[in-house]
Design a protein around this ligand. Structure first.
Ligand code: FAD
Length: 552
């Protein structure tokens, strides 16, 4: 019989506790949370603010009564853990309602205190009307503020997942929404060229974007509204400000207890979630773990890993052989009717870590083109140039986006290669996919490049190297817009017009999205020419804007 205390009762803490009970019927398990809820759906909070989730109670995944009755787990709410006494194996707890402070002993302690929203010490940060969103009471306060103050304009500081979800929900509530983001793009984990359609979609939905502009201070206007004052001198006026510039691991308890803290500011754990004290485990947003692609320590606050870590820690506490495989940042975000998803490393992360990679772009339909309403998915796949191992993938579109990233995520976790994607057997009926699913196509393009059948060239390199650019689209498309200096020989005429292409130079071939260019590359290569497929075709060229000469 073990006595296990758990600090924090949401994603990591609650999944730990429930799993621990399934593993050991005999242990005593007590879960503490300083909030008024356990096991609530943080991820649903933006949709509660936006009234998509209508009832607050729908955010509660499990109540203290359910934990007691179903799992025989005791939950102590409004109970803040103040201190960990490692020598005595005790924690100090404050009952927030009564102020009573008491001690509780443990055989095993699990820290799952999550992360706290970052509040930069900017002038005016404490003005009324500036909120962060982390808990049910936060969302309740935002809803009440919108109602009582008759809010018509909201400014969101930070264009990450939560900022974008809040933008959608506040627009749905009829507010005029501005996003102020220090970086030149929203969705920082994505590579810049992949975000362009997201920016366009947000603007189409009426969201005002101030990108590449940090906040300098907040001020109160004479009419009582707030002004977000940016470094470039802009004033974004609003009655409501949402701060969503990221979170910081909650490490106070761990630091005070002298537990090892890692280089990224999270509690350092081993692959069984054990801290530097063998009687203490830690899980969720508070810890740092290994990135499966880069091998570096990282903090990525996501609910899936927090849940999995909770399960691993529960097994480990009872000596079961479970290990956390590391994190790969698989994530999805809905932005109005658009979906953005990613897994593994981005190009900028690979560059930062000096990890060699090759990349391809593609824009397949989300299902067979012959079936009505196929919509394109913009995809990017990053892989090892020697062995084809998948390093990362990103996708943006309207349908079937996260399904493709989920498949690639699984392949990545199993150290899969682009050859595995090429061969993956996936669901197909016309309304769902294609006989060559976008996942297969991404693998085929990458594998063709690695085998040398159809090497790819990036737009930036094509323009830099002064290669012959060959546009194999129809003349009407070419006349509408083309890369400067490109020859136009439509694919169907290619075999009869080969002599028009200078034979001594590299040939960078493009069509609209890369498929006709692939056929052309095969023709040219078999005729002895050094031909390359310009990755992602003209569509990608327009997004990466390799030079001002690209007429986009
Ligand atoms: P938390 O869920 O934050 O739980 C920590 C708990 O510990 C809190 O209840 C806190 O009160 C308690 N606590 C802290 N210190 C103490 C103490 N000293 N004593 C007692 N109790 C304490 N992730 C996704 O994967 N997908 C999404 O769509 C998504 N959307 C999100 C939307 C929002 C608005 C937010 C805020 C987060 C979202 N996340 C999403 C992130 C996800 O919710 C977190 O990664 C996950 O909840 C982390 O779980 P955790 O158990 O580590 O921490």
């Amino acid at each position: 019989m073990k006595k296990i205390l758990v600090v924090g009762g949401v994603a990591g803490g609650a999944s730990f506790s429930a799993r621990a009970r399934r593993v050991s019927e005999k242990s005593q398990i007590i879960m503490f949370d300083r909030g008024a809820f356990v096991s609530f759906a943080n991820c649903g909070l933006p949709y509660y603010v936006g009234n998509v989730i209508k009832e607050e109670e729908n955010l509660i995944v499990a109540t203290p009564e359910l934990f007691k009755n179903r799992f025989n787990i005791e939950v102590r709410l409004r109970s803040e853990v103040l201190k960990v006494d490692r020598q005595m194996k005790e924690i100090e707890v404050k009952e927030l309602e009564t102020g009573r402070v008491y001690r509780e002993s443990y055989d095993a302690l699990v820290l799952a205190p999550g992360a706290a929203p970052i509040r930069p010490p900017l002038p005016g940060i404490d003005l009324e009307g500036i909120f962060a969103l982390r808990t049910i009471p936060d969302s309740r306060r935002i809803r009440e503020w919108i109602k009582t103050k008759k809010v018509s304009r909201a400014a969101i500081v930070g264009g990450g997942f939560i900022g974008l979800e809040m933008a959608e929900n506040l627009v749905r509530e009829g507010l005029e929404v501005s996003i102020v983001e220090m970086l030149p793009q929203v969705m920082p984990p994505l590579d810049a060229e992949m975000v362009e359609p997201v920016h366009a979609h947000l603007r189409e939905k009426g969201v005002i974007l101030s990108l590449g502009d940090g906040v300098e201070k907040f001020e109160k206007n004479t009419d009582g509204s707030l002004a977000v004052c940016t470094k470039s001198g802009k004033r974004v006026n609003a009655e409501l400000v949402i701060l969503s510039i990221g979170v910081r691991p909650e490490t106070k308890l761990a630091v005070d207890a002298g537990l090892e803290i890692g280089e990224r500011g999270g509690i350092r754990v081993d692959d069984q979630m054990r801290t530097s004290d063998p009687a203490i485990w830690a899980v969720g947003d508070a810890v740092e773990v290994r990135d499966v692609v880069t091998g570096q320590w990282t903090v990525i606050p996501l609910a899936g890993p927090a849940n999995r870590q909770g399960r691993v820690a529960a097994d480990a506490v009872f000596g079961r052989p479970s290990w956390f495989r590391g994190i790969q940042g698989t994530a999805v975000c809905g932005i109005f009717d658009m979906t953005v998803a990613m897994t593994g490393a981005s190009e900028k992360t690979l560059l930062r870590n000096k990890i060699p990679f090759q990349k391809i772009y593609l824009h397949p339909g989300h299902h067979a083109g012959y079936y009505p309403d196929a919509r394109p998915i913009d995809m990017k796949l990053l892989f090892n140039p020697d062995n084809g191992r998948i390093l990362g993938a990103q996708a943006v579109g309207f349908e079937g986006v996260e399904k493709r990233i989920d498949v690639i995520a699984m392949a990545l976790q199993k150290s899969g290669t682009v050859y595995d994607l090429e061969e993956a057997e996936l669901c197909y009926a016309p309304q769902y996919g294609a006989a060559k699913d976008p996942v297969n196509v991404s693998g085929m393009i990458a594998a063709n490049a690695l085998r040398g059948d159809a090497p790819v060239m990036q737009w930036a390199d094509a323009l830099k190297e002064g290669v012959t650019l060959l546009d194999v689209r129809d003349p009407a498309d070419y006349l509408a817009a083309h890369a400067e200096g490109a020859l136009n020989i439509p694919l169907n005429d290619l075999r009869s017009r080969l002599t028009e292409i200078p034979g001594h130079k590299k040939v960078g071939v493009y069509c609209q999205v890369g498929q006709r260019a692939y056929y052309a590359v095969r023709v040219l290569r078999q005729n002895g020419m050094d031909a390359y497929n310009l990755s992602g075709g003209f569509k990608t060229g327009a997004a990466v804007k390799p030079s001002p000469a690209m007429p986009v």
